[in-house]
Ligand binder design. Structure first.
Ligand code: ADP
Ligand code: MG
Length: 644
C-alpha cells in the first residue's frame, strides 16, 4: 500500500509498519513506563554500530570513510523541541530504511514480543482465576528494544540518512502510529555521511533538552561505547566531548573501576544486572590479543536456544569484525566477551579470519583462561561461585560429554546435591574423600527433581549404610554420566541399574548385614512372579538395595539407565526396554506372600499380588500406569479379600 505525498523535496511514499512493529509501538507509547531513559542508550548504540560497520567496510574501500574521525553527536534545540542523535557511520539507503525501520530484525525485540505474548496468555488465565493481571509493559525495561524506543519520548521521529558511497539521501518520517513515509532528501540538507535521528520530543519528555538531565544518562548508559560521544547544547553552541570512545578493554586494569566494567558489560550483553565475574587479560607471546569477558549475573534469555551460539565480539586492532565470532564452545555460550587481536589478518573476509590458525589458537587460549578463572573463583569465593553454578551449571555440564579433553577441568567445577548434602555444594573430590570402606564406585540417581528423588526406594540400602549418592536432576546429567569413565579411578554407577552389591559395606548403626541367603520359600515365590510378569519385566530377583520398601525397578546391567532411556524414547531415539523388578526378601509382605503361596490352591490372589507389587514400584519411579483400570480391579479384589 503506497500513496504519493508531497514532501517538498520530491515524491514520497507511505508504508504501513509490519504488524509486529505496530504492536510494539502501541505498547511503548501506551505504557507509562518509568525508565524512558533507555531510548538514549538504544539510539547511541545504533549510532555506534553504524560507525563500526563503516570502519569495517572501509578496510576494503578506504575512500568510504574519508578523513573525518568517527563521532556521535547529540544536539539539543529548545526552540524546536528536538533532540538529535547524529553519527557519521554507514548510513541507510531506501531499501535499508524499509527493512530496518519498518520490520523487526532485532532478536531482542522479537524475544520481547514473545515474552509479552506469553505474559498476555498467563494474564488471561490469571483473570479467569479472578486474580489481577500484571501489565506486559512492565517487561520493557528488561530488553534491548532498539530503535522503536524513540517513540516513548517523541511524537514524531525524522531519520535523515545517506549511505556511505552513494549520491542519494532519504528522509524517513513517522509518528509511530501505524505508518511511515520515505522521501528523497536533497544532498545539501542531508548529512555528508551517516544518519541523523531527530526526535520531536513529546510534552512529558522535554526535560531531555536539559544538559544536566541528559549528561549523566549518557555517561552511565553509554560511557563504554567505543565511539566518542559529543554534546551540542544549543544550535549555536560548540560541541563538547562527553565520553572518549576509548576501548575499555585496551586500558590497563588499574585504571578501570568496577562501575566501568559493569557499564561495559551491560551494553555488551544487553543485560540489566551486574556481571557475576569479570575476566580481563592481555595475552602476549606468540599471539597478542586482549580479552574482556563476563559471566552474566543472571541467565540470558537465549541460554537454551537450540542454536547454542555464543556472543563474542571480535575486533582486529579496534575494528569490529563480527558480533558473533565462533570463539567459544557451546557449553560456554553464556559468556559475554570482546576479543581484540593484534595479529589476525585484516585484509580478508570475516569467514576467512575465523578459519585462520591464529584464530584457532586464540579460541583455545580464551577457553583455557575462562576455565582457569572459574576454577579460581570456585576455590576462593564459594559464595560467588555458587551463584554462577546455579545459573550456568547445566550449561557447563554439557562440556562433560561434548569435550572429553576438558572433562577433568570441568569435574573440578561441578557441584552436586547428594543424599548427604542437600545444597549443590559437593564436589567429586569431597565425595571420593568420604567413600565408605569397601566402596568402589560413585553412585548416582538421575531424575527430574532432587527432592522427589531423595525418596526413591532404590536409595534405601545406600542410606542404611550411609553411602552418599549424587542426585542428578538436570536433563544433561543422564548423558554425561553415562559416557564419563569415572572420576579418580572410581566408575560412576547408577543406583537404578544392574545389581547393587552392597553386602560388603557395613550398615550405619553397626547392625549386621542381613543374611544374604534368600529362603527357599521366597525363591519359589520369586520364580512364580517372574512367570506371571514375564510380559513386563526381564527378571524378578532378590535385592539388598531395599530396606523399607518391598519392591523397586532397575535397569539391566548393560545399556542406558532408566532415565536416559526415557529421555531417548521421548526423542524417538530408542525404545524403553523392560526393567528388572527387585524384591526385598526380608520385607514382611514378601515373606508372608511366600508362605501363603506354598499352600495356596487358589492362585488368583497371588497373581494379583505380583502385579500390584510391580505397579507400586512403577508408581514410585514416577511412571504413569499404562493400564489403570486393571490396577484398580486388582486392588479392589485384594482389598475385598482382606476385609472378608
Ligand atoms: P538492532 O540495533 O538490534 O539491529 P534496532 O531496532 O536498534 O535493532 O535497529 C534496527 C536496525 O536499524 C539496525 O540493525 C540498523 O540496520 C538500522 N539502524 C538503526 N539506526 C541506525 C543508524 N544510526 N545508522 C545506520 N543504521 C541504523
Ligand atoms: Mg540497536
Amino acid at each position: 500500500m503506497t500513496t504519493t505525498l508531497d514532501t517538498g523535496t520530491g515524491a514520497g511514499h507511505s508504508h504501513a509498519f509490519q504488524a509486529d512493529v505496530a504492536r510494539l509501538l502501541h505498547l511503548m507509547v501506551h505504557s507509562i513506563y518509568s525508565d524512558r531513559d533507555i531510548f538514549l542508550r538504544e539510539l547511541i548504540s545504533n549510532a555506534s554500530d553504524a560507525c563500526e560497520k563503516l570502519r569495517y567496510e572501509a578496510l576494503a574501500k578506504p575512500e568510504l570513510a574519508g578523513e573525518e574521525p568517527f563521532a556521535i553527536t547529540i544536539s539539543l534545540d529548545k526552540d524546536q523541541g528536538t533532540l538529535t542523535i547524529a553519527d557519521n557511520g554507514i548510513g541507510m539507503n531506501e531499501e535499508d530504511l524499509v527493512s530496518a525501520l519498518g520490520t523487526i530484525a532485532n532478536s531482542g525485540t522479537r524475544a520481547f514480543l514473545e515474552r509479552i505474548a506469553a505474559q498476555d496468555k498467563s494474564d488471561e488465565e490469571r483473570e479467569e482465576e479472578g486474580g489481577a493481571g500484571k501489565s506486559g509493559a512492565d517487561l520493557i525495561g528488561q530488553f534491548g528494544i532498539g530503535f522503536y524506543s524513540a517513540f516513548m519520548v517523541a511524537d514524531r521521529v525524522h531519520v535523515e540518512t545517506r549511505k556511505a558511497g552513494t549520491q542519494q539521501a532519504f528522509r524517513w518520517v513517522s509518528d509511530g502510529k501505524g505508518s511511515y513515509e520515505i522521501a528523497p532528501l536533497a544532498l545539501e540538507e542531508a548529512p555528508a555521511r551517516g544518519t541523523r535521528v531527530i526526535l520531536h520530543l513529546n510534552e512529558a519528555s522535554k526535560t531531555y533538552l536539559e544538559p544536566w538531565k541528559l549528561e549523566p544518562i549518557i555517561r552511565e548508559h553509554s560511557g563504554a561505547v567505543a565511539i566518542p560521544v559529543e554534546l551540542r547544547e544549543s544550535a549555536e553552541a560548540e560541541t563538547r566531548r562527553l565520553t572518549d570512545g576509548g576501548a575499555l578493554w585496551a586500558k590497563p586494569r588499574s585504571e578501570i573501576k568496577d562501575e566501568d566494567y559493569a557499564d561495559f558489560y551491560r551494553s555488551l550483553a544487553a543485560q540489566f544486572d551486574d556481571p557475576a565475574l569479570t575476566i580481563h587479560w592481555r595475552a602476549e607471546g606468540r599471539h597478542e590479543y586482549t580479552v574482556l569477558a563476563f559471566v552474566p549475573g543472571s541467565r540470558p534469555l537465549d541460554l537454551f536456544d537450540p542454536a547454542r551460539k555464543g556472543r563474542a565480539k571480535l575486533y582486529v586492532r579496534r575494528v569490529l569484525i563480527t558480533q558473533d565470532a565462533d570463539l567459544l564452545p557451546g557449553w560456554l555460550r553464556f559468556m559475554r566477551l570482546v576479543v581484540d587481536s593484534a595479529d589476525l589478518p585484516l585484509n580478508v573476509s570475516r569467514e576467512m579470519i575465523q578459519e585462520s590458525p591464529v584464530f584457532a589458537a586464540i579460541k583455545r587460549g580464551v577457553t583455557n583462561r575462562i576455565l582457569q578463572d572459574l576454577t579460581k573463583c570456585a576455590e576462593n569465593d564459594q559464595e560467588r561461585y555458587a551463584k554462577i553454578w546455579e545459573a550456568f551449571g547445566p550449561v557447563l555440564k554439557e562440556g562433560l560429554y561434548e569435550d572429553p579433553e576438558r572433562r577433568d577441568q570441568l569435574f573440578k567445577l561441578a557441584r552436586f546435591t547428594t543424599t548427604e548434602h542437600g545444597d549443590k555444594s559437593r564436589t567429586l573430590a569431597d565425595y571420593v574423600k568420604d567413600l565408605k570402606e569397601n566402596q568402589t564406585a560413585i553412585y548416582y540417581l538421575t531424575g527430574d527433581d532432587a527432592q522427589r528423588m531423595g525418596m526413591s526406594p532404590q536409595l534405601e540400602g545406600f542410606r542404611a549404610r550411609g553411602i552418599e549418592v549424587l542426585l542428578l536432576s538436570d536433563p544433561v546429567d543422564a548423558f554425561w554420566v553415562s559416557t564419563a569413565l569415572g572420576y579418580d579411578g572410581k566408575p560412576f554407577k547408577s543406583v537404578t541399574q544392574g545389581a547393587a552389591d552392597l553386602k560388603s559395606i557395613a550398615l550405619k548403626d553397626g547392625a549386621q548385614n542381613p543374611d544374604v541367603e534368600t529362603s527357599a520359600e521366597v525363591a519359589t515365590w520369586l520364580s512364580y512372579m517372574k512367570q506371571v510378569l514375564e510380559s513386563a519385566v526381564t527378571d524378578v530377583r532378590a535385592s539388598d538395595r531395599l530396606s523399607e520398601s518391598p519392591a523397586c525397578l532397575v535397569a539391566g546391567e548393560h545399556g542406558p539407565d532408566r532415565r536416559l532411556e526415557r529421555i531417548l524414547a521421548q526423542a524417538g531415539r530408542a525404545d524403553v526396554s523392560k526393567p528388572v523388578l527387585e524384591i526385598n526378601p526380608r520385607h514382611d509382605l514378601v515373606t508372608l506372600l511366600a508362605t501363603r503361596f506354598k499352600d495356596a490352591s487358589d492362585k488368583s490372589l497371588m497373581e494379583d499380588a505380583a502385579w500390584l507389587l510391580l505397579d507400586e514400584a512403577r508408581l514410585m519411579d514416577g511412571e504413569a500406569l499404562s493400564d489403570a483400570s486393571a490396577f484398580a480391579a486388582r486392588l479392589t479384589r485384594v482389598l475385598t479379600k482382606a476385609v472378608q
